[in-house]
Each structure stands twice: as structure tokens, then as C-alpha cells.
Design a protein around this ligand. Structure first.
Ligand SMILES: C[S@@+](CC[C@H](N)C(=O)[O-])C[C@H]1O[C@@H](n2cnc3c(N)ncnc32)[C@H](O)[C@@H]1O
Length: 461
């Protein structure tokens, strides 16, 4: 590749980010944010670059399927950066209606010319122009990869092993809906600091400021904000009036339902979303111990507590499996284990995890969760609550994990005594029924929010 100047256009920047992410395995959000900060693009250009990076990564398999169909040699022999350029351009043709086809093609050819020789530019031009001619045939319904799981995998761009796992766990229809929901762009959502105001008052304020905001259909302190830009860069956020959090994640503290004056331990707390929510629900009283393995992450929790002026949070560092060395057995009114997990419920925000995680990772993550659950369980007082949550849809990490735990720990039982309003909302949607036993698997398509698993357990007195 020829030496180039720094990226100037959103497409150049997006291409550089895609090449870097693929080459180095860097996280797309970290890589992109770094490059956006350096490039100082306008807000619109930054939004386009962001959409191109996330969309191209998410739709990689589908894009490759179509690109291969427009080249006699398929994808064989294409240089990695050229393949990224083709994918990014095909993504605009197939998924971004607002981008005119000629703009996507012309800019791709210009980039190819600037970075290489005429042959490459000619190939890029040929593939993309043929694609434009056949665009109306390139629909999801026309994808046929031979058998159903492979076809769903190509149609929604997921590895086959993941589609097979979800099909085994939930059936083909639900598995396909999980895949589709994972490709939807997430909307912004914030959590009202209920120590300062009622969610409906905050909602009204935001609407008066001209924001497209509405009450969350599930989380009682949640507000959905569409097209709100960088919500953290606002006076309300700095003043601690709200925090940025997904609605599903807000349910964890709601279900834990702490009371004023309690002592609560969050074993895996960084960056602090749920621990700080718990501290707010306790109205700044009692004590929330917020632990995480990593020292640099502890600082994030501390900064959050300072912004929200929560004096009842103490952030600490350590292995959650060794917290018995720090706290006496049975000393906590409630313990939250928001466990490290495969993260497939948040694929909308981290599109590359579908490509970077391997099936064998699930068993090792589940083994870690099992160790942490066992350790956490010893710290809950008799009659206290152990809340286990993950942001994944994997049964091995969720229902099966809890079933195995209950077998080993007869001193615990699932508890269905969840907030009534939440139960009613879940029932209305048909997500739970009369058999509800105290554990919930939210799928990303249920409320257009993250996929989450929550189990509320009580230690018998
Ligand atoms: C799902 S995230 C927690 C999110 C957090 N509860 C929130 O609401 O913001 C899992 C966290 O577990 C931490 N972690 C991983 N292994 C751990 C261990 N052995 N002990 C303690 N924390 C651990 C990670 O650093 C990560 O921050």
C-alpha cells in the first residue's frame, strides 16, 4: 500500500478503523473513538464514520456473501484493506438508504486510486457497479446458503455455531429474531437519579429542552432518548441528574430492591452502573461495597459516585472469588454478582464479539461464573438476597448455571417476589407467565433493549 496522508473523509477514517480492528483485534469502539478524537470531524461526518464501522463489522458475513457473487474468484486473493473497502461500500449500497449509490461507489474508487494502482480501482469499480445494477435482487429473502442454519447465519451475519446454539436453545424462529435484533442500532437511554427528582419530572424537562424523549416501557426510572448525541456532554449529566445506562441493565437494581440502611456488595461492579443505581435506591444511606478486579476500573466507579454525590459507595479492588478474605461470612444484606459473561445480549453495542468469541469460550466463562457465584453466596446473611445477572442469552451461563448452583446450595431458593409493576409489564408482553419462578431471560427483541438474564435468590433463614 502507498504512503498516505491522514484520513480526511469519514469513509477514509472508517476504512482505517476497520483495517486496524481486523488486523490487531482492537475493540471497535475504542479504536474508533481514538481516531475520531484525532480527526475532529463534524458531528454528521463522525456519525457516518461510526455507522460505517459498526455496520460493516456487524454485516461482514452477509456482505462477503454478496461480494463473492460479483467476482469470478470470489473473495480469493483480495488484499485485506481492499476487502474492507468493498465491504464498507457494499454496506452503504445495501443498508444505508440515505447514501446515494453513486456517492458510495465514486468515493470507494477514489480511495482505491489514492491507495493503490489502477487495477485495484478497476476491480472495486466493477464489483460495486455490478452490485448497483442488481441491487433490487440482493435481498435477505434471496440468500440461500444450502441449509437453514447456514442461511440464517449469512442472512443476519453471524457465525454458524452461534446460530446453531441459539436454535438449540430457543428454536429457529426465536434464534433468528435474536440475530436480527442484534443488528439493530441501539437507542440511547438514561437512568433518572431518583434522589433528586421523579422520572416523570425529568422526562418533562428533557422534552422541554427539545429532546426526543419518552418513558422506558420496562425500567421505572428509565428514559429513552433518541438522537440525543453525546448525552454525557451535558449539564444535566455533569450535575448528576441522570446516568447513561441501558434499560435492561436498570432492572437489576430494581429487582434487587435494596432498602435504606442496608449493606450491599456488588462483586463485579465496574464501571459502576448497577452499584450506583443501588446506592441511589438506598437514598444515599447504608453502604454499597463496589468491587472490581481491576484498579483502573475502580476509579471509574469512584468518579461516578462523586458525580452523583453518593457518600454511601466505597469502591474496592480484588478478585470476587476471594472476597471472603475481606468480609465475614453472612455479613451482607444483599450481594450482586453481575458476572463477566459472553456478552451476546449487547451485540448491538459491540458488533465484533460475534466474530472474536469462540464456542469454547462459553465453557470457560461459565466455569469462572460458577466459582464467583459460590464465593458470593457465602457472604449473604440468612434471609438476604443473592442477585445473579449477565448480559447474555446463553443458557449455560444463565438458567443452567443457576440450576447447578441451587443443586449445590440447598440453602438458597429462587424468589419470585419482584416489583409488581415490572411483573405486570413482563406478563403483558408474554415474556413471563404464571409459572414465573424468579429468573428472567430478556431477549434483545423483547423491548428493543439489551439481552439480559436476572435471577433473584434468597438465602433461607
Ligand atoms: C458485566 S461487567 C460489570 C458491569 C457493572 N456491574 C455495571 O453495572 O457497570 C463485569 C465486570 O467484572 C469484572 N471482573 C472480571 N473478573 C472478575 C473477578 N474475578 N473479580 C472481580 N471482578 C471481575 C470486570 O472487570 C468487569 O468490569
Amino acid at each position: 500500500m502507498k504512503r498516505r496522508q491522514a484520513a480526511r473523509s469519514p469513509r477514509e477514517l472508517a476504512l482505517d478503523a476497520l483495517v486496524k480492528v481486523e488486523q490487531s483485534g482492537a475493540y471497535s469502539n475504542i479504536q474508533l473513538n481514538r481516531m475520531l478524537q484525532e480527526a475532529e470531524l463534524s458531528r454528521t461526518d463522525a456519525a457516518l464514520a461510526t455507522e460505517l464501522v459498526y455496520g460493516t463489522i456487524a454485516r461482514k458475513k452477509t456482505l462477503d456473501y454478496w461480494i463473492a457473487g460479483f467476482r469470478a474468484k470470489g473473495l480469493h486473493g483480495i488484499e485485506p484493506w481492499v476487502l474492507q473497502l468493498l465491504r464498507m461500500s457494499a454496506y452503504q449500497l445495501l443498508y444505508l438508504e440515505r447514501v446515494p449509490s453513486h456517492a458510495a461507489v465514486n468515493e470507494a474508487v477514489d480511495i482505491a486510486k489514492r491507495r493503490s494502482h489502477r487495477g485495484i480501482a478497476g476491480m472495486v469499480n466493477g464489483v460495486l457497479r455490478n452490485m448497483v445494477r442488481r441491487l433490487s435482487d440482493l435481498t435477505e429473502a434471496c440468500i440461500d446458503a444450502g441449509e437453514p442454519i447456514a442461511t440464517v447465519a449469512v442472512r443476519h451475519s453471524y457465525p454458524e455455531w452461534l446460530v446453531r446454539r441459539w436454535t438449540d436453545a430457543y428454536g429457529m424462529e426465536t434464534a433468528e429474531a435474536i440475530c436480527a435484533a442484534g443488528n439493530e442500532p441501539p437507542h440511547g437511554s438514561i437512568r433518572t437519579n431518583v434522589m433528586l427528582q421523579h422520572p416523570s419530572d425529568l422526562l418533562q424537562e428533557l422534552q422541554q429542552e427539545g429532546l426526543d424523549a419518552e418513558a422506558s416501557p420496562i425500567a421505572s426510572s428509565g428514559i429513552i432518548v433518541r438522537k440525543g448525541g453525546n448525552l454525557a456532554d451535558s449539564d444535566g449529566y455533569r450535575a448528576g441528574k441522570w446516568s447513561i445506562q441501558d434499560e435492561s441493565s436498570m432492572l437489576v437494581a430494581e429487582v434487587l430492591a435494596p432498602k435504606e440502611g442496608m449493606t450491599v456488595l456488588d462483586c463485579c461492579a465496574a464501571p459502576g452502573g448497577k452499584a450506583l443505581h443501588i446506592a441511589e435506591l438506598m437514598n444515599g444511606t447504608g453502604k454499597v461495597w463496589a468491587n472490581d478486579l481491576h484498579e483502573h476500573k475502580r476509579k471509574l466507579i469512584q468518579q461516578g459516585a462523586e458525580r452523583l454525590r453518593l457518600g454511601n459507595v466505597e469502591a474496592i479492588t480484588g478478585d470476587a472469588g476471594a472476597l471472603a478474605e475481606r468480609f465475614p461470612a453472612g455479613s451482607m444484606d444483599a450481594v450482586l454478582l453481575d458476572a463477566p459473561c459472553s456478552g451476546f445480549g449487547v451485540i448491538r453495542r459491540k458488533p465484533e464479539i460475534r466474530w472474536t468469541k469462540e464456542e469454547s469460550d462459553i465453557a470457560s466463562i461459565a466455569a469462572l461464573q460458577r466459582r464467583l457465584l459460590h464465593a458470593a453466596s457465602g457472604l449473604v446473611r440468612p434471609g438476604g438476597v443473592l442477585l445473579y445477572s449477565t448480559c447474555t442469552v446463553e443458557k449455560e451461563e444463565n438458567e443452567r448455571q443457576i440450576a447447578a448452583f441451587l443443586k449445590e446450595h440447598p440453602e438458597y431458593a429462587l424468589d419470585a417476589g419482584w416489583p409488581q409493576l415490572l411483573l405486570r409489564r413482563l406478563e403483558e408482553k408474554g415474556i413471563i407467565d404464571a409459572q414465573f419462578d424468579g429468573q428472567l431471560q430478556l431477549l434483545p427483541q423483547h423491548f428493543d433493549s439489551d439481552g439480559f438474564y436476572i435471577a433473584r435468590l434468597i438465602r433461607r433463614s
